[in-house]
Write a protein that binds this ligand. Structure first.
Ligand code: GLC
Length: 568
């Protein structure tokens, strides 16, 4: 395992060619429709991203992960893809994409594209063809069609539920106008699941991987990587039997679930790896796989995708013991698989961590939704939110994360300390979770509200028009321009830490140090650099050393509660 590349000593072009660039990268997730709007239509776009490349460069990130930018009716925020090899005309053109990619690369920033292989959209030409074709046709074989149960096929083929709520099957009308077969959709009904037992699907995705790799994409984030292959041997097992068989804490521990985390899925990724390795440096990938912890390493193996998200910290309370256990376990797992660890507190699917940590019970609970996914449960006690505490803890947690070996995944707006937006009127919500699950979950729109760039004005500088999700009045306080150059602002903290991280990280080693308190975590990294986080309620003494960065002001040389410091 090459884990000792001294990134700090590599020059720009060496770094671009370094096959290990991803191992300790800081990756910034852009949710394109909510980042920056260049044409004033209320929707962020590709040109908007290109215009902000100087901002990204100054932030000090190594790579951008772009959530789906493909043609889409936005039934699920772009995760319903009409065409895998094009750009949504609402967002721009392929030429705009190339221009953005060139600008990012010129700024020394890699580009990771989100790829959505489990399902297409219902507007994809394949699905339209399947609807027009008869039962048993090759066109239907690209998806998962079944006859219904009941006398006239009026009941779904099984009682499985969609992750977004409601049944996982939808009945179609046959070309002759009669009620017909059912198709499977683990997510929204606009997201029919593809049939990965079909060679044509596999080949087409290899083509898509090459298409974007040829265009300069450096890596892929693989959406619901654990769902592609399915065992749909009949009779289909009922959800009651399934939940009885699920003895694991987070997913099935043995690959026996009919559609989550089956062993065969790794055959798909072995083929993808061959494609990745056709390029120099090889294209990288990170799996979004909400699987049992014991099975994550399979996705992260060098013969597979190479890296997998670990959402453990994201689901943890702000608690020294929990953090330490998670960090130690994941570093050990990474050593075993040959991957590097991944760390993440926020993304487009979960409540922002500055908000979670301001809620009672330390925050972990509020990241959780159904199926262990981190979607805000309706009824999260927003009125009990302590904004100041949340932000303080978020800054401390992030500074700790940026000191860890492995890749750090950041979500747009967290560098501003942005809070979740709870006050979106029902009529303006977009997330299918909200509509399919009324009254149970309010969905993920609250972390997808367009970014504030300016403290006031039209859509707070997001664009010259409105914002596709309403921005609250308090957004201006968090604007980029309100924090730029302001000593102690969250933006300046991120900039400083990201820059230092690049300079300081030499190897992937971490050494725990005695902290003198169960509420304090302390570890060192090679190069005489150490990190101390105080998770407790009272200030603690600091070890000797020069303060390199601190998530909040020190008090008389002591480390206050909910604060992290880097020392040398
Ligand atoms: C992943 C995405 C999420 C999307 C779902 C279906 O979990 O992160 O946003 O809704 O897949 O594609």
């Amino acid at each position: 395992m090459t884990n000792t590349a001294t990134l700090a000593t590599l020059s720009g072009s060496d770094l671009a060619a370094d096959p290990n660039w991803w191992r300790q990268a800081s990756v910034y997730q852009i949710y394109p429709r909510s980042f920056s709007d260049s044409n004033g239509d209320g929707l962020g776009d590709i040109k908007g991203i290109t215009a902000k490349v100087p901002y990204l460069k100054e932030l000090g990130i190594d790579a951008v992960w772009l959530s789906p930018f493909y043609p889409s009716a936005l039934a699920d925020g772009g995760y319903d893809v009409d065409d895998y090899r094009d750009v949504d005309p609402k967002l721009g053109t392929l030429a705009d994409f190339d221009e953005m990619s060139a600008a990012l690369h010129a700024a020394g920033i890699k580009l990771i594209a989100d790829i959505v292989p489990n399902h297409s959209s219902d507007r994809h030409e394949w699905f339209q063809e399947a609807l027009a074709a008869p039962r048993g046709s090759a066109a239907r074989e690209r998806y998962i069609f079944r006859d219904g149960l009941g006398e006239n096929g009026e009941l779904p083929p099984s009682d499985w539920e969609s992750v977004f709520g409601g049944p996982a099957w939808e009945r179609i009308t046959e070309p002759d106008g009669t009620p017909g077969q059912w198709y499977m959709h683990i997510f929204a009904k606009e997201q029919p699941d593809l049939n990965w037992a079909n060679r044509e699907i596999r080949d087409d995705f290899l083509k898509t991987l090459r298409f974007w790799s040829d265009r300069g994409v450096d890596g892929f984030r693989v959406d619901v990587a654990h769902a592609l292959t399915k065992d749909l041997t009949e009779p289909l097992i009922s959800k009651v039997e399934l939940s009885a068989a699920n003895t694991g804490t987070d997913g099935f521990p043995d690959g026996s679930h009919p559609f989550w985390d089956r062993d065969e899925v790794h055959e798909v990724y072995a083929e993808w790896r061959e494609v990745f390795n056709e390029y120099n440096p090889p294209r990288t990938a990170v799996a979004e796989a909400w699987v049992h912890a014991t099975r994550r390493a399979r996705y992260a193996s060098p013969e597979g995708l190479g890296q997998a998200f670990n959402f453990d910290l994201l689901q943890a309370d702000f608690d020294a013991g929990e953090f330490r256990e998670i960090i130690a376990r994941n570093l050990a797992e990474a050593t075993e698989s040959g991957a590097s660890s991944t760390w993440v507190f926020s993304n487009h699917d979960v409540v922002r961590h500055a908000t979670r940590y301001g809620l009672p019970q330390g925050g972990g609970k509020h990241a959780q939704g159904q199926d262990g996914k981190g979607w805000l449960l309706a009824g999260a006690p927003v009125e009990e939110l302590d904004v100041e505490l949340g932000l303080r803890r978020a800054r401390a947690a992030t500074l700790l994360m940026l000191a860890l070996p492995g890749s750090a995944y950041l979500y747009q707006g967290e560098e501003l300390g942005l809070q979740e937006v709870a006050e979106i009127p029902d009529a303006e919500r977009q997330d299918p979770t909200f509509f399919r699950n009324k009254g149970v979950e309010i969905g993920r729109d609250g972390c997808r509200v367009p970014l504030p760039w300016a403290p006031e004005g039209t859509s707070f500088g997001f664009g010259a028009g409105g914002a596709h999700l309403p921005q609250p009045a308090w957004f201006g306080r968090y604007a980029v321009a309100a924090q730029d150059g302001v000593e102690g602002s969250t933006l300046e903290l991120y900039r400083k830490a990201l820059k230092l991280r690049r300079e300081l990280q030499t190897s992937e080693e971490l050494q725990w140090q005695e902290s003198g308190s169960a509420d304090v975590l302390r570890f060192s990294r090679p190069g005489g650099w150490q990190t101390v986080t105080n998770f407790g309620d009272a200030p603690v003494d600091l070890p000797a050393g020069e303060v390199l960065a601190s998530s909040g002001p020190l008090e008389d040389g002591q480390l206050p509660a909910n604060t992290t410091v880097w020392l040398r």
